[in-house]
Structure formats: C-alpha cells, structure tokens
Design a protein around this ligand. Structure first.
Ligand code: FES
Length: 193
C-alpha cells in the first residue's frame, strides 16, 4: 500500500491529507501521525514504507539561460585553415609586423583576393587560394611604392612591372625581382617576418 493509500484509509482527506503528504520527504521510511477517528476520538497511527513517483508538468518564465561548456575559437579569417599554426608556435616567430585579423582595420584581409598596404612598407594580401602573402610595396624598377596584388601576381602600377607571388620578375621592368616576406597565422593573428 502506498503512503497516500494508507493515509486515505486512515481517514485523511482534503487539506489535512495534502499537508501530511507534503511534509514527508520521499526518503522517509517511517510515519507517525495524529488521526481523528470516525467517532471523534483521536489517536496515532504509524506506517512504514517508501514512496516514489514522478511529477510531470511544464514550466515557463523569462530570464537568462547560461550554457557552459568548452569554448571553440573561431578563426577570424577566411584563409585556408590548413596553413594555420598553433598560437604557441606563432609566438615564437620574431615578426616584422603583427596584424590582428579580428580588427576592422584589416578587414580587407578577410576577403579572398583582398589586400592592403601596412606601414607604407608592406603589401599584404589574402590570395584567391586563401593564403596570406606579403611583399615590399616598393618596386625594384624604381623606388616607387606602387606594388599591388593583382591576378595572382604582384604588380607595379607605375610602369607595369610584374612579379610572381614568389617575387620573380615576369617582364623587363620586373627583372630585378621583388622582396617577398614569409607569413604565418593561427587564424586570428597574422605575422609577417
Ligand atoms: S616603378 Fe615599378 S615598374 Fe617602374
């Protein structure tokens, strides 16, 4: 017999029954209660046992839900992630310049084929194949700061010198080649060295 059935059989009903049920913890194994007999006299009754069951229903409300778990670092670039190195490895490189790829200042490097000139010295691009590349912005034909990234080449807008991405001259004005820099990134920081 369950506790509920027992208390019902003992004459409890309504609020008194609910009060008794609510003041007993589910792990109680012994119950002694004052009862009122049908003839008006009172006495005590006891029962042993355990109770169990399930509660169903819905809850509603508003507020903030906090979900905890592991944090995933999302790369701040569309670069080919296969070339990413660890942040620790990146920190061991002595950079000529460090770029925060999360900064809107360098948002052009979040577009395949985008490039920009940094410190009036380096032209840095995210190639159309998703690789960061960097070269001097100063042409080797004449010291003009006119090198841009174009059609998977470095190109001087002054007299049309062309250079491969590796810096090799591709025409007469580009015959002296172009200084190229190495790049490395962990997906959020880019270093030129
Ligand atoms: S200065 Fe670049 S091609 Fe002449």
């Amino acid at each position: 017999m369950t506790r509920y059935e027992f208390l019902k059989a003992a004459g409890f009903s309504g609020a008194s029954l609910m009060a008794l049920l609510s003041c007993v913890k589910t792990d109680d194994s012994y119950v002694e209660a004052l009862v009122q007999n049908p003839d008006g006299t009172t006495g005590t009754t006891s029962a042993t046992g355990t109770s169990s069951g399930t509660t169903t229903g819905t809850t509603s409300g508003s507020g903030t839900t906090t979900i905890t778990g592991t944090t995933t670092t999302v790369a701040a670039t569309k670069a080919d992630s296969s070339v990413f190195i660890s942040t620790e490895a990146l920190s061991k490189i002595t950079p000529k310049i460090t770029i925060d790829l999360k900064s809107t200042t360098y948002s052009k490097l979040n577009t395949l084929g985008g490039y920009l000139v940094v410190s009036n010295t380096y032209v840095i691009a995210l190639s159309k194949t998703g690789k960061f590349i960097a070269a001097t912005v100063t042409c080797s034909h004449e010291p003009k700061k006119r090198i841009v990234y174009s059609n998977e080449e470095w190109y001087c807008t002054d007299h049309g010198a062309r250079f491969s991405l590796a810096g090799k001259g591709l025409n007469s004005n580009g015959s002296k080649g172009l200084t190229i820099y190495k790049t490395a990134t962990d997906g959020n920081t880019l270093v030129i060295y």
